[in-house]
Design a binder for this molecule. Structure first.
Ligand code: UP5
Ligand code: MG
Length: 190
């Protein structure tokens, strides 16, 4: 124990592209632990932590929480899971997130799973999700899209230059998207 290689896959894509939905399927089929950075931040707000108010305000504005906060939560969750295979969903969201994660953990992703979806479709999905998320209103959604294009897509481009991006058409129905996802993960099991 302790010397086994940790496998990390970053799962990226715009707000509402289906990251969480597909991660649930991947967990069921390939034995990964799913860590959604957004879910961890929302849990941190609920726990009443001293960072809660700051995190909550940033999420309502669609802004990116300082990386030390997010990385701490991710590292804690990785340790607590006891697993060595992780889907890190919705992180890294900007260049600083990416560099800080590499520096702190010394982990490089196995690959980046990128869900490519048009904004009109993502907007419809978010507006009809109805799970009471504070950021699923049209004003915040517009801000999330802007931050995604300006800050998060450059991270995808960075990994694309390194030949590490596996791009999936996320506009298709959930089952069809998962067929594409399965084909990407199947070779890992050999
Ligand atoms: N749905 C899914 N797939 C579908 C399909 N193929 N066809 C039709 N419908 C489909 O899906 C969204 C909705 O669409 C659901 O109703 C689903 O049934 C349906 P979901 O799987 O939830 O999409 P996902 O990509 O996970 O959308 P999410 O809203 O979670 O993405 P975000 O990236 O916006 O949210 P996240 O939780 O990652 O981050 C929220 C905020 O936290 C950020 O804006 C930011 O402020 C903060 N944050 C940070 O600061 N740092 C971080 O590292 C992470 C988050
Ligand atoms: Mg999600």
């Amino acid at each position: 124990p302790g010397d086994k290689k940790i496998i990390v896959v970053f799962v990226l894509g715009g707000p509402g592209s289906g990251k969480g939905t597909q991660c649930t399927r991947i967990v069921e089929n390939f034995g990964f632990t799913h860590l959604s950075a957004g879910d961890l931040l929302r849990a941190e707000i609920k726990s009443g932590s001293e960072n809660g108010t700051m995190i909550s305000n940033m999420i309502k504005e669609g802004k990116i929480v300082p990386s030390e906060v997010t990385i701490n939560l991710l590292q804690k969750a990785m340790l607590e899971s006891g697993n060595d295979k992780f889907l890190i969903d919705g992180f890294p969201r900007n260049e600083e997130n990416r560099a800080a994660f590499e520096n702190v953990t010394k982990i490089e992703p196995e690959f980046v799973l990128f869900f490519d979806c048009p904004e009109e479709e993502m907007e419809q999905r978010l507006l009809s999700r109805n799970q009471g998320r504070d950021d699923d209103n049209i004003q915040t959604i517009r801000k999330r899209f802007r931050v995604f294009v300006e800050s998060s897509l450059p991270v995808v481009e960075y990994y694309d230059m390194k030949g590490k991006v596996q791009k999936v058409d996320a506009l298709k129905p959930i089952d069809e998207v998962f067929e594409s996802v399965k084909a990407i993960f199947a070779p890992l099991n050999r």
